[in-house]
Ligand binder design. Structure first.
Ligand code: AMP
Length: 506
C-alpha cells in the first residue's frame, strides 16, 4: 500500500532546478520541492524516534513558519494525525484539547514551555519546541536524522488530521479528516481553479485553519505550484507580493483591507489571474469595488472545517456577488426543510446538507454528536441556511443558530443586514436576536459606523420600515466602531448576543 495523500503530492512534484521551488518569501526562494522531501523525511524519522505510531496525534501550537508546514507533511508521511491549534489559545484552553486528543507529541513555541510542560506531562506526551525562525528542539532533533524515509502506508480512509472547530456554541469538536477527504478536495480545486506548476500563491493566511492549511497548501502541492509565504496578512506586503504572485486566497476582511491600500491598482494586480475569498460572507459591495479597482472579479467559495470546500463560483462564467456558486464536482448538495428533512423547492431557504468524498469521518471521540449531524442517507447537516437561486448558485443566508425567531416569525439576519449596509454612514452590520419578554427574541442591529455618521436609532428604523416587513425591523439599534471578529474574519455574533442579552429585560 502507498501513502494516499503524500503520493498525490509526489506525483505532482515538478523537477529540480528553478521550477522546483515550493516556498519563497519576499526575499527569494527558501524551500525547493527536493528540500521539502529532505526536511519532511528528517522530521518523519524524528517522529518515529519519539514513538509516534500510525494514528497517533501530533498537537502543534506554534506561529506560522515554513518548518511548521514541513511538520504537517512529516505527520502525513509518518501516518500520524496532524493537529494544529491556534497560537492564540491560552494554556487553559490548550488543556482541553490535550486532554481530549491525547497526543503522543506536543510541539509548542519555546516561549510557552513553562505553561505547557505540565499539560503535556499530564497526558504522557513528549514536548518539543519550534520557534518562528526554526529554533528549538524540533528542528535540532530533525538535523540529527537522515533524510531518507519510507512513507508509512496509509489508505484513503485513514486519518490525516484532526482540526478542532472554533466552537462558538459549547465545546469545540475535533473534526477527523481522512487522506481522501483532503486529497479529493485538493484535486477538485486544482481543476476548478486551473492551478498549474507555474502558479505562485500569495499565502497570507494562518496555517492552523482549513483555509490556509488545506485549501491553500494542499492545492499548491497537488499542482506542483509554489507559494509566496507571508508571516501574516499585511495589506501593503500583499500588494507588493502581487508583482510575483498569480493567485491569492483570503478571507473577506483581507479584501476590505486591500481596498484601503492606495497601492492596490489595476497595474499592481495585472500579473494576478485569480483572487479567491471564503470562510465568511463577502459583501457584494466589496466584490463590486474590488472589480472596479483591479479589474478582477473575486471568486467566492464556501466550505467548512468538517467538509473542506463544497461550492465555488465558476472560473469561467459569471462569478455572482452574494453567491458561493454551485456544488463542486463530486459534491452532492441539497437544501432541506430543517424540521422534516425534506428537500425544499429552488429559491426557498432551508438547511444546507452535503455528501461526498470531501466530508469528514466524524467528530473525534464524540459518536453521539457525529450521529446527530448526519442524516441516515449520509448527508452532513452543515448548520448553514441557504437557498439555490435561479442560476443554480447557492446563497448562504447565515448559520442556523443565528436565525432570529421573533413573535413566531423567522427573521434571516442577512436580509436585514443587506438593507442596513445600504445606509449612508454604515460600514457593516450584524443582526442578532436576544431574549425579549413578549416576542421570545427581539431583533437587534449592531452597526459599525463611520466616524462622522448622522444616524440615530429612529432614523435607521424609519429607513428600514420603507423596505422590510414590520416583524423584521430591529427593535433596538446599537452603534460601534468595529464588529468583533475572530482570526478568520468571522463576526462573533455569540459575543454580541452576550453583550446585549439584557437589552429588553430592563
Ligand atoms: P470554518 O469551519 O471555520 O471554516 O467555518 C465554516 C463556516 O464559515 C461555514 O459553515 C459558513 O458558516 C462560513 N462560511 C464559509 N465560507 C463562507 C462563504 N463564502 N460565505 C458565507 N459563509 C461562509
Amino acid at each position: 500500500m502507498s501513502n494516499h495523500l503524500f503520493d498525490q503530492f509526489r506525483t505532482a512534484m515538478p523537477g529540480s532546478g528553478p521550477e522546483g521551488v515550493l516556498i519563497e518569501t519576499p526575499d527569494g526562494p527558501v524551500l525547493s520541492y527536493d528540500g521539502m522531501l529532505d526536511m519532511s523525511g528528517r522530521l518523519a524519522n524524528l517522529l518515529v524516534e519519539e514513538g509516534v505510531e500510525p494514528g497517533d496525534r501530533v498537537a502543534v501550537q506554534v506561529e506560522k513558519s515554513v518548518e511548521a508546514l514541513l511538520l504537517y507533511l512529516a505527520c502525513v508521511r509518518a501516518g500520524a494525525a496532524f493537529l494544529p491549534l491556534n497560537p492564540a489559545y491560552t494554556d487553559v484552553e490548550l488543556e482541553y484539547f490535550l486532554q481530549d486528543a491525547e497526543p503522543k507529541l506536543v510541539v509548542t513555541d519555546p516561549g510557552r514551555v513553562k505553561g505547557v510542560v505540565d499539560l503535556a506531562y499530564a497526558v504522557k506526551a513528549t514536548l518539543l519546541t519550534l520557534g518562528t525562525d526554526g529554533q528549538g528542539s524540533l528542528m535540532a532533533g530533525a538535523a540529527e536524522q537522515v533524510p531518507e524515509f519510507e512513507d508509512v502506508a496509509r489508505g484513503p480512509d485513514d486519518l490525516a488530521a484532526i482540526l478542532y472547530t472554533s466552537g462558538t456554541t459549547g465545546r469545540s469538536k475535533g473534526a477527523m479528516l481522512s487522506h481522501e477527504n483532503l486529497a479529493s478536495n485538493a484535486r477538485v480545486l486544482v481543476e476548478a481553479w486551473r492551478f498549474t506548476p507555474d502558479d505562485v500563491l500569495i499565502h497570507a493566511l494562518p496555517i492552523f485553519h482549513t483555509h490556509g492549511l488545506f485549501v491553500a497548501t494542499n492545492t499548491v502541492l497537488s499542482a506542483g505550484a509554489s507559494m509566496l509565504f507571508l508571516p501574516r496578512f499585511d495589506a501593503a506586503a500583499v500588494v507588493r507580493a502581487m508583482g510575483r504572485g498569480t493567485v491569492m486566497m483570503g478571507v473577506p476582511t483581507y479584501y476590505v483591507r486591500l481596498l484601503q491600500e492606495p497601492g492596490l491598482t489595476r497595474e499592481a494586480a495585472a500579473g494576478m489571474r485569480l483572487f479567491v475569498s471564503g470562510s465568511a460572507p463577502l459583501l457584494a459591495e466589496t466584490h463590486r469595488v474590488f472589480q472596479e479597482r483591479t479589474g478582477h472579479a473575486i471568486l467566492e467559495r464556501y466550505g467548512m472545517t468538517e467538509t473542506n470546500m463544497n461550492t465555488s463560483n465558476p472560473y469561467d462564467g459569471p462569478r455572482i456577488p452574494g453567491t458561493v456558486g454551485p456544488a463542486l464536482p463530486g459534491v452532492e448538495l441539497r437544501i432541506v426543510d430543517q424540521e422534516s428533512g425534506r428537500p425544499v423547492r429552488d429559491g426557498e431557504i432551508g438547511m444546507i446538507e452535503v455528501k461526498g468524498p470531501n466530508v469528514f469521518k466524524g467528530y473525534w471521540r464524540m459518536p453521539e454528536k457525529t450521529k446527530a449531524e448526519f442524516r441516515e442517507d449520509g448527508f452532513f447537516i452543515t448548520g448553514d441556511l441557504g437557498l439555490i437561486d435561479g442560476h443554480g448558485h447557492v446563497q448562504i443566508v447565515g448559520r442556523g443558530k443565528d436565525l432570529v425567531i421573533s413573535g413566531g416569525f423567522n427573521v434571516y439576519p442577512k436580509e436585514v443586514e443587506a438593507e442596513l449596509d445600504r445606509l449612508d454612514g454604515v460600514i457593516e452590520s450584524a443582526v442578532i436576536g436576544v431574549p425579549h419578554p413578549d416576542f421570545g427574541e427581539g431583533v437587534v442591529a449592531v452597526l459599525a459606523v463611520e466616524e462622522d455618521h448622522k444616524l440615530t436609532e429612529d432614523v435607521v428604523i424609519a429607513a428600514l420600515a420603507q423596505r422590510l416587513a414590520r416583524y423584521k425591523l430591529p427593535k433596538r439599534v446599537r452603534f460601534v466602531a468595529e464588529l468583533p471578529r475572530n482570526t478568520m474574519g468571522k463576526v462573533q455574533k455569540n459575543r454580541l448576543r452576550e453583550d446585549y442579552k439584557s437589552l429588553f429585560s430592563a
